[in-house]
Design a protein. Structure first.
Length: 307
């Protein structure tokens, strides 16, 4: 299963981290952006070409030490069709390089619309007699707060095409408490969502002991993370909020099971913008990203259970 492949990659590299590819013009090294603007002008096409070059360079720098990449689709979508095509091509390259792809799309709807979203990112689309792929990511993030009607279509696609989802449960942003922490009887709303997801995933548990239905649980709420790990033993966690958002290795330690598995921790700006701290105007962006990723790996390893 898809989650089993992710867990195997994590163990093989000894690295439970994913780098988030969240490009903005100011995150692109100036020499890359300037070259594409000289060729294409101050256009969306120039920015998209720069995003693609930057992304491919990061993939080359990290594919042998990091198991996964998480493209944030919104940053590509800002550039319109050119940006979407850049994301599609960049992720095809990531797949060639062996990276597991977590498409950070946070889609949420019900019925046929949810089925369409899952087909777009994870499944197939039938055109005549041909079954064609749109993005063919290994997994995506979804919004589960519409209930099971919004999750089941994704699960069906996951089972059919060996994919996975990570549903929002307790997110890393400060205002998540406004809704997710509301009490419902003796429980918090995020507890109820987490329990629903674990129940929905029971029919698709792989050899690793985890289902195709994962959860997004933020590093910025370490106590909630610890409690959710205890309550959701078969749910794989995607953990944002490490690094730039304030989460530290000690905060994410409770996300892992007693084998050091069951979770993957994201860092975006801390890795892709590491060049901004070196003083070389981004010409060393690949080296800077690699150094930051290695430092993150060692930081996380330091809090994993000793085998």
């Amino acid at each position: 299963m898809s989650i089993d492949r992710l867990q195997e990659k994590i163990f093989a590299l000894g690295n439970p981290s994913v780098f988030g590819l969240d490009p903005l013009p100011e995150y692109i090294p100036p020499h890359i952006m300037a070259r594409h603007m000289a060729e294409k002008g101050e256009t969306l096409a120039a920015a998209a070409a720069a995003y693609e070059e930057f992304g491919r360079g990061l993939i080359d720098a990290l594919c042998d030490i990091v198991p996964a990449v998480k493209p944030q689709s919104a940053f590509f979508e800002m550039l319109g069709p050119e940006g979407v095509f850049a994301m599609q091509r960049t992720m095809a390259y990531a797949k060639e390089k062996g990276l597991y792809i977590i498409g950070d799309v946070k889609r949420g709807d019900i019925g046929s619309t949810a089925a369409a979203y899952s087909a777009a990112y994870l499944g197939r689309v039938q055109i005549g007699s041909a079954l064609l792929t749109g993005f063919d990511f290994d997994s995506v993030t979804i919004n589960a707060y519409l209930g099971s009607d919004g999750v089941r279509p994704f699960i069906e696609t996951c089972k059919k095409y060996d994919k996975a989802i990570f549903a929002l449960v307790k997110t890393s942003n400060p205002s998540s408490k406004e809704l997710q922490d509301l009490s419902v009887g003796s429980e918090k709303l995020y507890d109820i969502v987490g329990r629903l997801l674990m129940a929905l995933g029971e029919e698709a548990i792989g050899p690793s002991g985890y289902s195709c239905v994962g959860a997004v649980v933020g590093a910025t709420y370490p106590e909630e993370l610890r409690l959710l790990r205890e309550k959701l033993p078969r749910t794989f966690f995607l953990v944002p909020g490490y690094g730039a958002q304030g989460g530290a290795a000690g905060d994410v330690a409770a996300a892992f099971d007693d084998r050091g598995g069951g979770a993957i921790v994201n860092s975006s700006r801390g890795i892709i913008c590491a060049w901004q701290k070196t003083g070389h105007e981004g010409r060393d962006y690949m080296e800077a990203a690699r150094a930051a990723a290695l430092a993150m790996r060692e930081d996380l390893i330091s809090v994993l259970p000793r085998k």
